[in-house]
Design a protein. Structure first.
Length: 234
């Protein structure tokens, strides 16, 4: 029986992990928190960090969550390998019943979205209107730096697959592109995997970035990065 889970981006950020966690959280029997191991989230998860203190012990974390989320049938949170490091990630995986992987097939689009978010400081938007200045902001991608970053993202995916195989924790993989195209179908798969009954899903998150629309050197990026990591479609 699934009781605990984590949402784990497989390769790179900007893959829809926050949205996916929000969709899981919309199920009446589930609770999905954000990056509970991220010190920057101490204000958001004040009660949880109050329970944890300075500890990063996964066993204590799950004990705290069980106390703070008594009404949830299953509960979990989002994490990044890059934030935890491999040692702590292995410890977390040893304490969870299931892993929901999310991956973005077009890594170039994911990186463009991340770079745009870093420059505009606009990472997530719910129901409010999008700021006009962010929509008009254009970025120039350093293709050599991007190539190195994306190659590292691919290596991260390989390392995570190996780690899951070694730990034996059950996992399901969701593609961002499919989640966008068929949200209800993908979430039905996730809920079934987590042994949850079917439920309608809802989220107030909105997609911010058009990816290619904000890239000033689009032709160069597609020529240098497209064949290996995905094209930015005009």
């Amino acid at each position: 029986m699934v009781r605990t889970f984590v949402v784990l981006p497989k390769t790179i950020g900007r893959c829809g992990s926050t949205w996916l966690c929000d969709l899981i959280d919309s199920h009446p029997d589930a609770s999905c928190l954000g990056e509970v191991f991220n010190p920057d989230q101490r204000e958001t998860y004040h009660d949880l960090f109050g329970c944890l203190g300075e500890s990063q012990d996964p066993a204590r974390l799950f004990g705290c969550l069980a106390t703070l989320l008594p009404g949830a049938r299953v509960w979990g949170f989002k994490l990044f390998r890059q934030t935890l490091g491999d040692r702590l990630l292995r410890e977390v995986l040893a304490h969870v019943d299931a892993v929901v992987l999310i991956n973005r097939q077009n890594l170039t689009q994911a990186l463009a979205s991340e770079l745009h978010a870093r420059e505009t400081k606009l990472w997530h938007v719910r129901d409010e209107a999008l700021p006009a200045d962010a929509l008009q902001h254009r970025i120039v991608i350093d293709v050599e730096a991007a190539r190195e970053r994306l190659a590292s993202a691919v290596a991260t995916g390989v390392a995570i697959e190996r780690m899951l195989g070694e730990t034996g924790v059950p996992s399901v993989e969701i593609d961002y592109e499919q989640l966008v195209a068929s949200t209800e179908t993908c979430m039905a798969q996730v809920f079934s995997f987590l042994a949850l009954p079917p439920a309608a899903v809802r989220s107030t998150y909105r997609k911010i970035h058009g990816d290619s629309a904000f890239v000033a050197n689009l032709d160069e990026v597609n020529r240098e990065l497209g064949p290996s990591f995905g094209y930015l479609v005009v």
